[in-house]
Ligand binder design. Structure first.
Ligand SMILES: NC(=O)c1ccc[n+]([C@@H]2O[C@H](COP(=O)([O-])OP(=O)(O)OC[C@H]3O[C@@H](n4cnc5c(N)ncnc54)[C@H](OP(=O)(O)O)[C@@H]3O)[C@@H](O)[C@H]2O)c1
Length: 305
């Protein structure tokens, strides 16, 4: 592949998409991003072309993919809100896959999640499995990268845990807190994605870091690094969710959904394979201790306003 390979990345003004685009630009590649927020601040210095992520206009979507060597897809929704349902996200991704086939895209790198399952009671994980199946049935040469929980500048979940620990007198852990997470760095996810673009075969790989924590350990570590004085307590998941809903109203956001609590407690954000990411969450936390959680990151501001 030449240095002028043309890459299309969905969501490069977001979190994972920005890391992938940044890596590609640093390799001298030409990058176009597809986004529903073309007016968003471009932290990558205006080096990308920008086009709409127009699921309602498949012809335009196909046009924007013509001549692309690789399509990196990060598109997904975190929870259902209004017309943005998981069913719609599956349909939208199918539309994107079809547009990529018709445009002659040479390789699709798709960002999924660890442990997707078509039988999962959790629509996020079920929808991810349905999308993987659609990609498997397509004619596209592909790599599927399945991250656990991603850390790095811009992480919503981990940042907001730190924000709560900094700003509230009590931090609530749903259930025992003994369920596991295996955080992976956003740069390692980007590296795995770019590597996946250059493989010959269709591959599926977990993106998981070298450290595994119980949720209790993770929260205590963040609390320690941000010098939190919050009391950490455990509550039944239903009670924890009720409190999160009340707090969400005050924050004008959705802090965490019941499905996300259930996903955390089911320990789905760990890999059964050997770690593929090298960066350690603990090291990143040490470096980010003075900034993480100083501002609240709103999912609704990012995607709905
Ligand atoms: N963050 C994690 O910890 C984590 C963990 C495991 C897997 N993943 C997966 O990694 C991928 C990227 O995640 P991310 O956290 O980096 O996401 P993100 O940057 O917030 O969003 C990625 C893309 O999805 C679009 N999008 C998000 N919510 C949307 C909504 N409600 N309506 C319409 N478009 C929406 C964004 O559109 P715009 O370009 O318009 O903003 C962007 O194209 C996703 O597939 C996610 O499932 C993430």
């Amino acid at each position: 592949m030449t240095s002028r390979d043309f890459n299309v990345v969905t969501g490069s003004f977001g979190f994972t998409g920005a890391a992938i685009a940044s890596r590609l630009l640093s390799l001298g590649r030409r990058v176009r991003t597809l986004t529903s927020h073309p007016d968003r601040l471009d932290h990558l210095g205006g080096k990308m072309e920008v086009a709409p992520l127009s699921f309602q206009d498949p012809d335009r979507l196909r046009e924007s993919l013509i001549d692309a060597t690789t399509l990196y897809n990060t598109y997904w929704v975190r929870f259902e809100r209004g017309a943005a349902t998981f069913g719609q996200a599956v349909e939208n991704t199918r539309t994107l896959v079809k547009a990529a086939e018709e445009a002659g895209v040479q390789r699709l790198v798709h960002i999924s999640i660890t442990n997707p399952s078509a039988e999962s009671p959790l629509p996020y994980f079920r929808g991810k499995a349905l999308v993987e199946q659609a990609i498997g049935r397509s004619s596209l040469s592909h790599a599927i990268v399945r991250p656990t929980v991603i850390f790095g500048g811009g992480t919503i979940l981990l940042n907001n845990i730190a924000w709560l620990l900094r700003h509230l007198p009590v931090f609530v852990i749903p259930g025992s807190g003994e369920y596991l997470l295996q955080p992976v760095s956003v740069d390692d996810v980007a590296e795995l994605a770019v590597r996946g673009a250059h493989m010959e075969n269709n591959v599926t790989v977990d993106a998981a870091g070298p450290e595994t924590y119980t949720f209790n350990e993770l929260v205590r570590l963040i609390a320690d690094r941000v010098h939190s004085r919050a009391r950490i307590i455990h509550l039944l998941p239903s009670l924890a969710h009720s409190l999160a809903r009340a707090l969400s109203l005050a924050l004008r956001d959705v802090l965490i959904t019941r499905d996300e609590i259930d996903g955390l407690m089911a320990a789905l954000l760990v890999s059964k394979a050997a770690p593929t990411g090298e960066s350690r969450f603990g090291d990143w936390l040490d470096q980010s201790a003075s900034s993480i959680g100083t501002a609240y990151f709103s999912e609704l501001d990012r995607h709905y306003r």
